[in-house]
Design a protein around this ligand. Structure first.
Ligand code: FRU
Length: 504
């Protein structure tokens, strides 16, 4: 029997539902990935923390559920997103006990990285303990890190400019797929922002200030966010550059950017630990595809910063639900910063899973589409350099069968890479006008490097050495849609050194 849409080398939930990665950390010789999980049905429900560990970022071992919603303060939404930190050899998880009208922070601790005790003082942190600036309905997703002797937390907040609170709308208006996703009917006071908090002991916290303030690099859309900057993350890259990652809900699109309803941004700049202000040098979208959210990082002992994101998107249909599961994660990606730009590379350990290599010389395609013997499959890595020549469009058709194809191509006139899943397979629905086409602007180019990862029901494209990525799920026939075609339209293009590896 076919394993259906389940990916082979990407993490996916075994049964039921999964969303955000949580608590990513290297602890006791293993990389840990916790994740938002409802283990009973393939839909969002009161949140548990699922848990997997790995030694090589490719083979993951399922561990027992780390957190269950079993406390009165976790009623309704359960144990929502958060992060992990090691203190005195123990592993601490900080998570949000979310209720539709109140979000509070809680701690759980473990001696072995597997079994967690919730703190008897939970919830240890509420908005009203901190500042009138923070709205208690939206205060979530604490990201903890240590700097010197001090613990810092960055959390998503709704910021009240003049400290005015309004009566929350009744709960039933907001009970949709995930009550934390904004409901169009309910207009809340204040605007999305991020808050910086500090503590000496992880238990007693004080508010430092909010991160985002008016500055030339960010336009008004960023300050008047009708949502929350969810799932923040912060790290210092090898180059010394500071990077803030966050997932704003409802960020309006701007040209070819932020085409999904909810986006993931990176900002390089400087965090002032005295005031909380983050001065932004550059803001960019982390991934230009369809399915990428709530990215979180961990630092490895060798210094690498590795990012994992939810490889799905809110407000969409989830075709894998028919197989009783929904929720996948991106490949772990190594992050660096070059000239202010975030560079993402597939985790290097994936190379050890390459098998059955097929390497071919350059092929030229003139207003045609061809297949190259041996270059096929739907659990593969595919690499090539495209020289678009004088073709109007040139690229690849992936996951092809007689009536299915997923397109990734360069459009020369537009100077864009296009990811088109209109004819991919089972249709995907969503709230946005177009859920089937995403673009990534790269300008006029003579050659473009592609490193593509196909895994049954998803494509992760690393373009130009990781300067751009496009990630998206597709639901073609898992048994038949394995052909790959190279095409050029309106002229001739060449594909230099096409290489395919099975990933096993
Ligand atoms: C983001 C999010 C978080 C929240 C979690 C609940 O995807 O809405 O803000 O903590 O999901 O599952």
């Amino acid at each position: 029997m076919s394993a259906g849409y389940r990916p082979r080398y990407h993490v996916s939930v075994p049964f039921g539902w999964a969303n955000d990665p949580n608590g990513t950390i290297y602890y006791n010789g293993k990389a840990h990935l916790f994740y938002q999980n409802y283990p009973h049905k393939p839909e969002w429900g009161p949140m548990h923390w699922g848990h997997v560990v790995t030694e090589d970022f490719v083979h993951w071992e399922q561990r027992p559920t780390a957190l269950y919603p079993d406390q009165p303060y976790e009623l309704v939404c359960g144990c929502c997103s958060g992060s992990a930190v090691e203190k005195d050899g123990q592993l601490y998880l900080m998570y949000t006990a979310a209720q539709p009208m109140m979000q509070r922070q809680c701690l759980a601790v473990s001696d072995d990285g597997d079994h967690f005790r919730k703190d008897p003082g939970n919830p240890i942190l509420t908005a009203e303990m901190l500042s009138a600036e923070i709205y208690e309905e939206d205060f979530r997703d604490p990201r903890i890190f240590k700097q010197g002797d001090t613990y810092y937390m960055i959390a998503g907040i709704r910021y009240l400019e003049d400290g005015i609170r309004i009566e929350p709308a009744p709960t039933d208006q907001r009970e949709k797929t995930n009550p934390l996703q904004p409901s169009p009917e309910h207009k809340k006071e204040g605007w999305g922002n991020l808050g910086l908090l500090k503590s000496d002991d992880l238990y007693n916290w004080s508010y430092v200030g909010h991160l985002l303030y008016t500055q030339p690099e960010l336009n008004q859309d960023f300050y008047r966010l009708d949502g929350v900057y969810e799932c923040p993350d912060y790290f210092v890259a090898d180059s010394g550059e500071e990077v803030l990652l966050t997932s704003p809900q409802n960020l309006p699109s701007s040209g070819s950017l932020y085409q999904n309803i909810h986006s993931v941004l990176y900002m390089t700049g400087h965090l002032d630990f005295e005031t909380g202000r983050f001065s932004v040098d550059h803001v960019g979208e982390v991934d230009s595809g369809f399915d990428f959210y709530a990215a979180q990082t961990l630092r490895m002992p060798d210094g690498r910063v590795i990012m994992i994101a939810w490889k799905e998107m809110w407000d969409r249909s989830f075709p894998s639900r028919e197989e009783e599961w929904a929720g996948t994660y991106t490949l772990p990606r190594e992050l660096t910063v070059e000239d202010g730009q975030l560079i993402q590379k597939p985790v290097r350990e994936i190379c050890a899973c390459r098998a059955n290599p097929v390497q071919k010389p350059e092929v030229t395609v003139d207003d045609d589409e061809i297949s190259i013997p041996g270059i096929e499959g739907n659990v593969i890595e595919l690499k090539f350099t495209l020289r678009p020549g004088n073709a109007r469009r040139a690229g690849v058709k992936l996951f092809c069968s007689e009536d299915q194809e997923t397109l990734l191509y360069y459009d020369r006139q537009e100077g864009m890479i296009v990811f088109d899943r209109r004819r991919s397979g089972v249709p995907i629905t969503g709230r946005e006008e177009d859920v089937d086409r995403r673009v990534c602007e790269i300008g006029v180019r003579e050659s473009i490097d592609f490193d593509l990862f196909l895994d049954v029901s998803s494509l992760e494209a690393f373009i130009d050495g990781g300067r751009h990525t496009m990630t998206g799920n597709v639901y073609p026939d898992p048994l038949r849609a394995k052909e790959i075609r190279f095409f050029a339209e309106g002229g001739s293009a060449s594909f230099d050194s096409p290489e395919k590896y099975d990933i096993i």
